[in-house]
Design a protein around this ligand. Structure first.
Ligand code: ADP
Ligand code: MG
Length: 896
C-alpha cells in the first residue's frame, strides 16, 4: 500500500505519516506537474512550498536545504524538501539565477471550504504564476539598475524582413518590436541581451546553420503554433483591449514575434493581465551597430570578467535613480546614428552642464524619486502594496517640484522643455489623495493593514479606536466590577487560551458563584491561589474588539483597492512622467559627469571626420589617476578615412589609445560629452573592435580561426562610415600567416571600404604600407630609454617604432637576469640575420652551447654599505655625509 506525504494535514505543522491509499492530493500534485512541463513545482502546503521527487533533489542541491524522504509512490520513497513561504523570494531568486523555471502552486480555497465537500477532499490548488528569468516583477528578484528583457524571435521565409525580435521588460511594461535581417541578428541579440529568449525549433536550427552563437540568457524552445502570425493578431488585440493597438500596423513576422511574446507573458501570469505599453517599433538604421565581440572588447556595460564595476557604464553612471540608470544603460547599448536626435540630447546635457547650480538642485530633487514604473507594474498585477502607492505619491510630488524648477530655465533646449511639460501634467490630485491616505513609512503588504493614516477615514478611525482603546474600556469595566462585588483584588486579564477573564484570589472565588452573582460570573478555571471567570459583558467586549479589528482590516482593504484603481486609471500619464523623470536624471547625470571630469561637447555631423583633440580613456584615466599618475591625452585624426598603424612596445599604451577612440565615438553618439578637449565626429554607422589572440577554447575554436572569422565579419560588413579598431590581430599564428593576413586586411579596408580605422600591430613590417597607401599613417607610442630601462611616455607621435623593447619590458616584469642576458644574445643574432646577414641560424645561435653560467653574486661595496644603514637612526647631517660617502664608493668602483 502506497503512502504519500500528501496525506498530511494542510498546515505547516510537522507532518505525520498517515497510512492511506494513494491520496487525492498526490493525484492533484501529479496533475499540476504534468500541466506545467519544464517547471519546478512549488506546491503550497500551509506555510511552506514543498517540492517532491526530482524537483526536491534538484532544489535541495541547488539551495543547500535538507532533502528528506517521506511516504512511497509506486513502491519508491518520495524525496521531499521545502522552503518557508516568507523566505521563498530568496530561494526563488537563486533557482531562477541557476536557470530553473518555477511554477508557483497556491491553495486557492481554505481548509474549511474543502472540508465542506467531505472530510477526505483536498484543498483546491492551482498554479497561479510561472516564474522565469524574463518575467520577473519583484524588486527583490531584479537588478535595480538594469533592464530585464524577455525576447521572442520569429522567422518568416517570405516577409518584408526575415526575422523579427519582440522584447519586453515585464517589470516596466516596456515593449518593442524590431524587424531584422539575418545579418543584423547577432548584433541585436547582443545589444538586448535577453534574460530569456523564446524561439521556435525552426529558428533555433536556422541560427545553428548560421553558426550564430545564442545569447547567454535562457533559451526557451516553443511550439511553432506559438509564433502563428494569424493567431498573434488576436493575442495582440486582447492584450490591448482599449483598441489602442492595431495589429495590422506590423508586418507578419513582427506580429508573430509580438504574439509569441505577449502570449508567453500572459501564460506566465496565469490570467492576470500584464499592463504592457503599446509596442514601439524600432528601426535598425537609427542605431549604431555594435556587434557582440565589440561590446565585450570595449567593456561597455560590463567587463570581460562579467562585472559592472570597471565598465564604461559604471564609469559614466552618475544617475541618482534606478530608472535613470536603466535608461542610461539602454542609451549606451544603442548609440544613435542621426545627428539631429544626438544634438538634441547634447543640447540638454550642455545646458545643465553650464548651469551647475541648477543641475545640482535638480539632482537633489531627483534623489527622492522612487521607482515609479516598477511600482505601477506591481500594482497592475495585483502584486503591489502600500509602499507602491506611497512611491506613486512621492514620485508625483517630486515631478511637480522638478517641473517648477525647469520652468525657471529660460530658453530651455527642446528636450528639457518637453520633460518640463510632461512633469507638469503629473496627477497632483491623485498624489495628494494618496499622501493623505497612506502612512509615511507603510508596511510592504496590504494584508495586515496598518497603513492608512489616522484622520483619513472616520469609520476606520472608529473601529481602530475600539480595538486600540481596549485598555481603557477594560480598566473601566474592572473598576465597576470591583465596586459592585467589593472584591478589591479583582482583575481583568487576558491570555491566549481564555481570552479576557476575571481573576480573583481563591478565597473570594466562592462568593462570585453565589447570589447575587450566580449566573453573572461563569467559572472557567481554578488555579492554586486564584479563580478565573468570564462574564457575558466581557465576552461581548472581546467579540467587539475582534470584530473591530476585522472591520478595520476590511475598511483598509477597500481603501487600498480604491486607491489602486484610481492610480491605475492614470497609468498612461504616470508612465509618461516616469519616463520624463528618467530622461531628466540621465541628462543631469551626464551634465554632472561633464562638469566634474572635464568632458567636452562633441561636434556631430554628417561628414567623415574623426578629429579628437586631447582624447582620454574614461576608465583607464580614473584608474591611472587613482594610482597617482597623470593620464596622457592624445590627438587622433582619421578624417576622410585615414588608417593609423600604431606601433610601440608592450605596455606602451596602444590598446588604451585604440579603445579610447572607440569609446569617445560611442559616448558622443549616445548623446554624452566626451573625455577630450574637443571632438569632431561625422556619424559612425558601426564600430568594430577586435583584440587579437585570446583563445576561445570554450567554443572549441583555435585562436587563428577566431581571428579569421572576426576579420571576415569586419571586411564583409564595414562601410565607409564605420570605425574599425584592430588591436594586434594576427598575433595568434605563425608570423608570416598573421602578417600577410593583417597586411591584406589593411589594404582591403583602405582600398575598398574606405573606413576610418586604428590598427595596433607588432608586425613592424607593416609600417611599410604607409608608403604605398595614401591614407595610411604610422604613429608610435613614445618611449624614452634611461639607464638601460624603458620609460613609457604614453604619447602618440608620428613614425614607427624602431624596436619593440620586449627585453626591457621583460626586465620590468622581473625575469631573471640570466634569462634576459641570454635573450639579448638571441635577439642580436636574429636581428643581424633579418638585416640581410644570412648566416645559418643554428650555427649563429649557440642554442645548444652551454648557456652562460649564472653570474656569482657580485661583491658590491655600495650594497654592503646600504645594508648597514638604519635610516630611522640617522640625523639629517649623518644622512648627508652618507650620501657623500656613497658617491665616493661608486666613483672608486667605476675606476677599478
Ligand atoms: P599596450 O597595448 O601598448 O601593451 P596598454 O594600452 O595596455 O599598452 O597600456 C598599458 C598601461 O599603460 C595601462 O594599463 C595604463 O596603466 C598605462 N597607460 C596607457 N595609456 C596611458 C596614458 N595615455 N596615460 C597614462 N597611462 C597610460
Ligand atoms: Mg595591447
Amino acid at each position: 500500500m502506497d503512502q504519500t506525504p500528501f496525506d498530511a494535514p494542510e498546515t505547516a505543522e510537522p507532518v505525520e505519516i498517515v497510512h492511506a491509499p494513494p491520496s487525492p492530493a498526490m493525484g492533484q500534485y501529479l496533475e499540476l506537474k504534468a500541466l506545467n512541463p519544464g517547471y519546478m513545482l512549488f506546491y503550497r502546503m500551509g506555510d511552506f512550498y514543498e517540492m517532491f521527487f526530482e524537483d526536491a533533489e534538484i532544489a535541495s542541491a541547488a539551495l543547500g536545504i535538507v532533502l528528506t524522504r517521506r511516504g512511497k509512490h509506486q513502491g519508491q520513497d518520495i524525496p521531499l524538501c521545502g522552503v518557508p513561504v516568507h523566505a521563498a523570494q530568496d530561494y526563488l531568486k537563486k533557482l531562477i539565477g541557476l536557470g530553473h523555471r518555477v511554477a508557483i502552486c497556491e491553495q486557492v480555497e481554505d481548509v474549511a471550504e474543502a472540508k465542506k465537500r467531505g472530510s477526505k477532499s483536498v484543498v483546491k490548488r492551482d498554479v497561479v504564476r510561472l516564474v522565469t528569468a524574463g518575467t520577473l516583477t519583484e524588486d527583490d528578484l531584479l537588478p535595480a539598475r538594469a533592464s530585464n528583457y524577455l525576447a521572442a524571435l520569429a522567422m518568416l521565409r517570405h516577409g518584408e524582413a526575415d526575422f523579427a525580435l519582440a522584447f519586453a521588460d515585464v517589470s516596466t511594461g516596456e515593449l518593442t518590436v524590431l524587424p531584422l535581417t539575418a545579418a543584423a541578428l547577432a548584433d541585436e541579440l547582443a545589444r538586448i541581451d535577453p534574460a530569456e529568449l523564446l524561439l521556435p525549433d525552426a529558428v533555433r536550427d536556422e541560427l545553428k546553420a548560421m553558426r550564430l552563437s545564442l545569447p547567454s540568457g535562457q533559451i526557451v524552445i516553443m511550439p511553432a503554433e506559438a509564433f502563428d502570425s494569424v493567431a498573434a493578431a488576436a493575442t495582440i488585440a486582447t492584450a490591448f483591449p482599449d483598441g489602442s493597438v492595431d495589429p495590422s500596423a506590423w508586418s507578419r513576422v513582427e506580429r508573430a514575434a509580438l504574439g509569441a511574446l505577449i502570449g508567453y507573458i500572459g501564460e506566465s501570469q496565469k490570467g492576470v493581465a500584464v499592463a504592457l505599453r503599446a509596442p514601439s517599433s524600432e528601426r535598425l538604421a537609427a542605431h549604431m551597430a555594435i556587434d557582440a565581440a565589440t561590446r565585450s572588447s570595449l567593456e561597455l556595460l560590463e567587463t570581460q570578467r562579467g562585472t559592472v564595476k570597471g565598465s564604461l557604464l559604471s564609469e559614466i553612471d552618475a544617475c541618482v535613480t534606478p530608472a535613470g540608470s536603466r535608461l542610461l544603460a539602454r542609451r549606451l547599448a544603442a548609440p544613435l546614428c542621426e545627428a539631429g536626435p544626438i544634438n538634441a540630447r547634447l543640447d540638454a546635457v550642455a545646458r545643465l552642464a553650464d548651469e551647475t547650480i541648477r543641475a545640482t538642485q535638480l539632482r537633489g530633487a531627483l534623489k527622492a524619486v522612487p521607482d515609479l514604473t516598477r511600482a505601477l507594474t506591481r500594482l497592475a498585477l495585483g502584486r503591489g502594496g502600500p509602499r507602491d502607492l506611497n512611491a506613486v505619491a512621492r514620485a508625483v510630488a517630486a515631478a511637480g517640484e522638478l517641473s517648477r524648477m525647469l520652468a525657471g530655465l529660460d530658453d530651455a533646449p527642446a528636450e528639457l522643455a518637453a520633460i518640463g511639460t510632461t512633469l507638469a501634467t503629473a496627477p497632483a490630485a491623485l498624489a495628494a489623495e494618496l499622501g493623505r491616505a497612506i502612512d509615511e513609512d507603510p508596511p510592504l503588504l496590504s494584508r495586515d493593514g496598518g497603513f492608512v493614516r489616522r484622520g483619513y477615514d472616520t469609520a476606520l478611525d472608529a473601529e481602530r479606536a475600539l480595538a486600540s482603546e481596549t485598555r481603557a474600556v477594560v480598566a473601566a469595566l474592572q473598576a465597576r466590577l470591583i465596586s459592585e462585588t467589593d472584591v478589591k483584588s479583582l482583575k481583568i486579564r487576558h491570555n491566549g487560551v481564555l481570552g479576557y477573564f476575571v481573576e480573583v484570589p481563591a478565597g473570594h472565588g466562592g462568593k462570585l458563584l453565589e447570589e447575587p452573582w450566580r449566573g453573572t460570573f461563569i467559572h472557567r478555571q481554578t488555579m492554586a491561589n486564584a479563580m478565573r471567570f468570564t462574564t457575558a459583558e466581557l465576552a461581548e467586549l472581546e467579540g467587539r474588539i475582534a470584530r473591530a479589528h476585522e472591520k478595520a482590516l476590511e475598511i483598509e482593504g477597500a481603501i487600498f483597492a480604491r486607491l489602486v484603481a484610481a492610480t491605475l486609471g492614470e497609468t498612461d500619464l504616470l508612465r509618461a512622467v516616469a519616463d520624463a523623470l528618467a530622461g531628466l536624471d540621465v541628462s543631469a547625470g551626464l551634465a554632472h559627469l561633464a562638469a566634474t571630469r572635464g568632458y567636452a561637447r562633441p561636434v556631430i555631423d554628417g561628414s567623415l571626420s574623426f578629429d579628437i583633440r586631447g582624447g582620454r580613456h574614461p576608465v583607464v584615466e580614473t584608474t591611472v589617476k587613482a594610482e597617482g599618475h597623470p593620464f596622457v591625452a592624445n590627438d587622433t585624426d582619421l578624417s576622410g578615412g585615414a588608417l593609423w598603424l600604431v606601433t610601440g612596445p608592450n605596455m606602451g599604451g596602444k590598446s588604451t589609445f585604440l579603445r579610447q577612440n572607440a569609446l569617445i565615438a560611442i559616448l558622443a553618439q549616445m548623446g554624452s560629452f566626451v573625455p577630450a578637449v574637443g571632438a569632431s565626429i561625422g556619424i559612425i554607422d558601426r564600430v568594430f573592435s577586435r583584440v587579437g589572440a585570446s583563445d576561445d577554447i570554450a567554443h572549441g575554436r583555435s585562436t587563428f580561426m577566431v581571428e579569421m572569422v572576426e576579420t571576415a565579419a569586419i571586411l564583409n560588413r564595414a562601410t565607409a562610415r564605420s570605425l574599425v579598431i584592430l588591436d594586434e590581430i594576427g598575433r595568434g599564428t605563425a608570423t608570416f600567416d598573421g602578417l600577410s593576413i593583417a597586411w591584406a586586411a589593411v589594404e582591403a579596408l583602405h582600398n575598398d571600404t574606405g573606413c576610418r580605422g586604428l590598427f595596433a600591430t607588432h608586425f613592424h613590417e607593416m609600417t611599410a604600407l604607409a608608403k604605398s597607401l595614401k591614407r595610411v599613417k604610422n604613429v608610435t607610442m613614445s618611449v624614452r630609454e634611461w639607464e638601460g630601462e624603458v620609460v613609457f611616455l604614453h604619447e602618440v607621435a608620428p613614425g614607427a617604432a624602431d624596436r619593440s623593447y620586449g627585453i626591457q619590458v621583460a626586465r620590468l616584469a622581473g625575469l631573471p637576469e640570466t634569462v634576459l642576458a641570454r635573450a639579448r644574445q638571441v635577439l642580436g643574432v636574429l636581428e643581424s640575420r633579418s638585416s640581410g646577414n644570412s648566416a645559418p641560424m643554428l650555427d649563429d645561435l649557440p642554442l645548444f652551447a652551454a648557456a652562460p653560467a649564472p653570474k656569482k653574486p657580485e661583491i658590491n661595496p655600495l650594497t654592503d654599505m646600504l645594508d648597514q644603514v638604519r635610516p630611522d637612526e640617522l640625523t639629517p647631517r649623518q644622512a648627508l655625509e652618507l650620501i657623500y660617502e656613497l658617491k665616493k664608493a661608486r666613483d672608486a668602483g667605476r675606476r677599478s
